[in-house]
Design a protein around this ligand. Sequence first.
Ligand code: IDP
Length: 137
Amino acid sequence: MERTFAIIKPDAVERNVTGKVLAMIEEGGFKIVGMKKIRLSKCQAEGFYYVHKERPFFGDLCAFMSRGPVIALVLEKENAIADWRGLMGATNPANAEEGTIRKALGVSIEENTVHGSDSPESASYEIPYFFNQLELV
Ligand code: IDP
């Protein structure tokens, strides 16, 4: 079993499609082992996305991620990291395949509905950024 970290981003929470995303997660065979609704400060978003700090969209991305509540999740499954990236779809919803969350619900390359760890190293940073051991069941 492998764990990955996911976020349902502010665009999805604002549009009341949280339940649709959670349904796709469960239908995809993932177990939700941690879940919380929180609102990040700009500073917390910057800490979460520090690997992107040199990219031109970093400021806009952190403003977007802190503009409203998000759902933070830890998902468990065999091959969870790669399978969750597959279910999310391409970063730009315009390029995402049928059946993916970003194809179904994404708005733009920035407001693309979901986040997922891209490697075991990322998951090891991102899971404890949001959850302590007692919150993972
Ligand atoms: P990923 O979320 O598919 O792994 P990354 O390249 O790691 O994509 O980018 C992180 C997040 O930054 C994306 O999910 C998206 O919200 C935002 N982003 C990526 N590229 C752009 C861009 O060109 N313009 C604006 N926002 C972007």
